[in-house]
Ligand binder design. Structure first.
Ligand code: NDP
Length: 322
């Protein structure tokens, strides 16, 4: 089968289409014929060596597809089931071996492409808005990179929970998408000072929570946007890692909270994975949550897809189609 392999860390050019052996299921595993593999910013960190992994490897942490084989001890899924998953390496390929415990069966009305597009970024938006800081009516939140993969989903879920959403984006087209996803206000942080704008838009009161996965270029200023006892949720670093941080800042700026969460710790047990996924996929089935999948690339063009993501040219989900 074909797969996108990385043998050495580097730029998008290190993503190579190679022939590898088709996997067979080991104990507890199912084989998924991949219909759509999701591209995520973490793939960039892994490819470039910012996150260190043993190489060579097949990149990709999520997909949607059809079960084609299962080990004899597997009870969670059957051959022919339409499924999706996240958190297991090897999705940029025609087939993937996945622990059956990590698979969720898609509800009827949700396609394998939607499933592959929704799992990583959707479950992230879910835990950020429902668990890390459980948004409620009366809250105002800031969502950085609001037209990105996580961003568009987070705006929608935050609005569903009754919060007022302020989004940041870098272009007018992205501003339009963020508004359509539920942002009441959108700031172009490439032109405007988002700190001053947030102060103005909240009448100087500040925010209950900042969701920041841009990192280097936004992190410090975000603290000045928070109301006393507000929460800074740093969940990524698309513009680069932040420097050292002094906890005294949290005291000086209003008894603030800082957390640096990760999806893995929010879907540790199968029960939690299934509960979050059922809620997320149910919203998609019911039309309450829209997953934007405008950016699709053939598997062989993974490098081009990474270039587009890193150049901030994409919005919503970026998919690879084997
Ligand atoms: P996005 O689709 O959001 O793409 C990244 C966006 O970040 C860009 O479109 C761009 O939007 C913005 N950005 C700002 N500065 C830069 C820069 N210097 N270079 C590139 N992009 C920049 O990606 P994802 O939805 O896949 O991921 C978003 C973030 O969420 C990532 O940091 C990722 O690591 C993180 N994440 C964290 C998880 C967790 O559990 N902790 C799980 C999933 C994702 P604009 O042009 O509008 O500024």
């Amino acid at each position: 089968m074909k797969a996108i392999r990385v043998s050495t860390p580097g730029g998008p050019e290190v993503l190579r289409l190679e022939d590898v052996a088709e996997p067979a299921p080991k104990a507890g595993e199912a084989i998924v014929k991949v219909d759509a593999a999701g591209i995520n910013y973490i793939d960039v960190y892994q490819r470039s060596g910012q996150y260190k992994l043993a190489l060579p490897l097949t990149l990709g942490l999520e997909a949607g597809g059809t079960v084609t084989a299962v080990a004899s001890d597997v009870t969670e899924v059957r051959v022919g089931d339409k499924v999706a998953y996240t958190g297991i390496p090897g999705a940029y390929a025609q087939f993937a071996a996945v622990p059956a415990q990590r698979l969720v069966t898609l509800p009827s009305g949700v396609s394998t492409k939607q499933g592959g597009a929704a799992m990583l970024q959707g479950l992230t938006a879910h835990y950020l808005a429902c668990s890390t800081y459980p948004l409620k009516s009366g809250d105002t939140c800031l969502v950085h990179a609001a037209a990105g993969g996580v961003g568009l989903l987070l705006c929608q879920i935050a609005k569903m929970r009754g919060a007022r959403v302020i989004g940041t984006v870098s272009t007018p087209d992205k501003a339009k998408l963020a508004r359509e996803a539920g942002a009441a206000e959108v700031i172009d942080y490439s032109k405007q000072d988002f700190e001053a704008e947030v102060r103005r838009l909240t009448d100087g009161k500040g925010l209950q929570v900042v969701y920041d996965a841009v990192g280097k270029t936004t992190f410090e200023k975000g603290f000045n946007c928070l109301a006393p006892r507000g929460m800074m949720v740093l969940y990524g670093q698309a513009s680069g890692p932040i420097g050292p941080f002094d906890p005294q800042t949290l005291n000086a700026k209003g008894s603030l909270f800082l957390t640096r969460p990760s999806l893995n710790h929010h879907i540790v047990t199968r029960a939690e994975l299934v509960q979050r996924s059922n809620e997320l996929l149910g919203w998609i089935r019911d039309g309450k949550l829209k997953v934007r999948t405008e950016f699709e690339f053939p598997l062989k063009d993974a490098a081009e897809a990474h270039r587009a993501l890193e150049a901030r040219k994409t919005t919503g989900k970026v998919l690879l189609i084997p």
